[in-house]
Design a protein around this ligand. Structure first.
Ligand code: HEC
Ligand code: HEC
Ligand code: HEC
Ligand code: HEC
Length: 229
């Protein structure tokens, strides 16, 4: 029993620490004068980019704001999911200068592994999905991200970063309704019945009730949060 309580405390402390460090980096972003070179008082991310461009069709502007603001159905995406974020700016620290290579380095939720052996719903007929996302600077597509469907039963959709008109995040683009796996197929499941099993993220008639529980790296299942599957 003691060990059990100890374990709970360690897990709880871990959660507190995780949320602290997130707050800390948000504070850094809020206080450092990042937007003197890119972004605005609303957000240090473009627009404008360091050269002053504001159009979403410019690669360095692209779909930043739709990711950072979140949408009716998806969580806000942290800068660190797509970049190594400098904690301060100045000579020798940041910026690192032109020609410094591919600046997009995926981390966090974009790398979520699914169909992991030993988990409750592991399906040995399907591969374990270990996302290795890339941003292609020629085609401007993001490939193999967990977020856009590189997971068990997902569509592994490759959105184009500079197309910002809601054509790439329609319901069913990242995963089918329902997804393509034995858990869902052939059972007459429709958008109207997702909520039987995926409450409280989604409600009756397929309405997303809590966007912070969607595209967040964990599964909302039977009213509980499943962190690995
Ligand atoms: C003196 C101007 C300047 C300041 C101040 C500045 N940046 Fe930048 N930033 C740039 C330039 C130029 C680039 C693109 C070239 C590069 O990456 O060095 C960039 C790129 C970035 C990128 C893309 C990833 C990368 O490293 O290229 C991130 C993320 C970023 N900046 C975050 C920040 C944050 C957070 C702050 C505040 C702590 C900040 N910047 C302050 C000029 C600046
Ligand atoms: C969903 C992924 C994603 C998120 C989240 C994201 N970025 Fe970016 N960022 C990109 C992509 C893609 C590019 C374009 C890279 C290229 O053209 O090679 C980019 C480019 C940039 C640039 C322009 C760099 C240059 O070379 O001029 C800056 C500055 C930047 N990001 C800052 C940020 C900051 C600050 C945040 C958080 C407030 C952030 N980004 C969040 C994907 C993202
Ligand atoms: C009868 C219960 C049930 C219903 C109804 C249901 N799901 Fe699921 N769903 C599950 C279970 C169980 C899992 C985890 C098992 C797995 O990974 O195969 C899951 C996993 C998922 C996943 C994670 C990827 C995957 O396939 O594992 C997505 C996405 C998903 N469901 C979407 C939906 C959508 C969208 C609907 C409605 C169109 C829906 N589900 C309806 C039971 C259900
Ligand atoms: C940008 C990609 C994307 C789009 C668009 C998208 N989903 Fe999802 N969806 C995901 C991901 C990723 C998961 C895996 C679980 C997670 O991270 O929340 C998921 C999981 C789900 C689940 C399982 C419960 C859970 O854990 O969240 C349901 C139900 C679901 N989506 C319904 C929908 C519906 C309904 C729409 C349209 C309104 C939709 N999705 C559009 C990416 C997407």
């Amino acid at each position: 029993m003691k060990t059990y309580i100890g374990l709970v405390l360690i897990v709880a402390a871990g959660l507190v620490f995780a949320s602290c460090s997130k707050l800390q980096s948000d504070n850094v972003l809020a206080t450092a004068n990042c937007s003197s070179c890119h972004g605005s008082v609303m957000s240090p991310a473009p627009p404008p980019d360091p050269a002053g461009n504001t159009s979403t069709s410019t690669p360095t502007v692209g779909a930043h704001q739709v990711h950072l603001n979140g949408s009716a159905f998806a969580s806000k995406v942290a800068c660190s999911s797509c970049h190594v974020v400098p904690q301060s700016a100045g000579p020798g620290i940041h910026p690192d200068g032109p020609g410094s290579g591919n600046i997009v380095m995926f981390a966090g939720v974009a790398l979520t592994e699914t169909n992991t052996p030993g988990t409750r719903f592991y399906d040995s007929s399907l591969p374990t999905v270990v996302p290795q996302p890339t941003f292609n600077t020629q085609t401007l597509k993001c490939q193999n991200t967990y977020c856009h469907g590189n997971f068990k039963g997902g569509n592994n959709f490759s959105p184009t970063w500079t197309v910002v008109n809601s054509s790439q995040d329609s319901c069913g683009s990242c995963h089918g309704l329902p997804p393509d796996d034995a858990t869902h197929q052939g059972k007459g499941i429709t958008l109207q019945t997702c909520y039987y099993c995926h409450t409280p993220m989604i409600g009756a008639n397929g309405v997303i009730l809590d966007d912070s529980l969607h595209v967040n790296g964990s599964l909302e299942l039977y009213g509980k949060t499943v962190t690995s599957w």
